[in-house]
Design a protein around this ligand. Sequence first.
Ligand code: ADP
Length: 471
Amino acid sequence: MRKESIVKKQMLQYITTILICVLILGGILSVVYTQHYMKEKRNELIQQGRKISIAFTNAYRTGNLSNLSYELQVLEEYMGAGILMVNADGVVVLASPGLDEMMIGQSFAFQDLVEGVKEGNIVSSERKATTIFDVPTLVVGYPLSVGKMAGIFMCRSMPEMEQSLYQMYQVGVASIFVVFLFAILFSYLTSRKMTRPIKEMNDAAKVIASGNFEHRVEITSNDEFGELAKSFNHMAESLQNNDKTRRDFIANVSHDLRSPLTSMQGFLTAMLDGTVPLEKQEKYLHIVLEETLRLSRLTEGIVDLSRAESSKIILDESDFDLNEQIRANINLLEPQLNEKNAVIKAIFADQITMVHGDIDKISRVIQNLLSNAVKFSPTGGLIEVETTKTDRKKVLVSIKDHGIGISPEDQKYIFDRFYKADRTRNQDMQGSGIGLAIVREFLQAHNEGITVKSTQGDGSTFVFSLKMSEE
Ligand code: ADP
């Protein structure tokens, strides 16, 4: 498919809009202006008529009519209009020098206008070309009330007037053209400016898609594009983190898989080739068994998580006593607690706390949180487990340790799969960073959530919620 450019589309939109506006505006203005122009011209002729009427009346009264013809000539040249004087019988008695002299003594061609002025009205009319006027003419009649006169008629050639109108229009069209050129230039520049961020983001997306997750776009504006750029960078950061987590995980998992395999290989080879005396074989077989258990725990975790993440968690829900599950999980941790000389103290809201959920999954949540608390506690540390009931038919379970704590930066990611805080990496060779991811997925499947509060060096508190059973 042919690539369509946004710049072109936007320009086309701008230009069409401007063109439509200019055409509508131009049309309205030209109609209004033409009407105004014609009205002006008509008024000028009326003024002229008034002047002649005064001059004629004065001349008639003083009996000095000799100058009249000269005055008509001057006015005719000045105004560009022919002047006729018509008597009450509708006969032309005087014509300015520019007009055909043959008209004098003839009946005036537009008797309807003569009737108008005879009634004392100022009349005006646009007339087509006739035998008297070989071009269309604007005729304005002004009444004259001396002697046996009917009125004065000023006749102005329409094409002449239109000529100056056309000149005005030409200037108008030329300026519209210039404005239009500017509009094209302006729309091109603004369209380009508008689409530049999109192009930059597109380029950045390609760079990121090719595997360079460090690439970011520059945020230059505070508008929707700025917002988009921010979201884009945020997305790039998430991708970068995911990529880092994935790499770390592969590194961790391969390390975790390789080390037990190598040691098992070593022990088994030694036993087979007889390097290990028979009486010591049992001890080594136990070590091998430990290692296989560790391997299966790791693979189980990965399988659990992938199943949970592809939202295939099927809950087997029932009502059960939460206290009992907590106690059972504390018992399971006894070897680790003894090793660290650590203590778990449980404070229950009630003798029995009945909750509703999948017993195995909730148990796993408790187990993961407790074993983390023990793992990251100092020797002789105290871990507190507490349940509280809320009036919203929920039970809150908090698991608090006084261990190394989690930095605010790490707190954002610890629930992500395969994430291990840098500082704990050496301390916790066994972990693969999936325990908390499983916790979150299992709780989410129950529509419940988990939060963490932690101060580095001071310990962490994880709190999650459960539904109280109906009874
Ligand atoms: P793992 O399965 O390896 O224990 P988790 O998902 O349970 O991984 O935990 C992820 C990371 O979160 C741990 O590697 C550790 O850095 C941090 N973390 C979890 N719980 C605690 C805690 N109680 N105290 C300090 N750090 C913790």
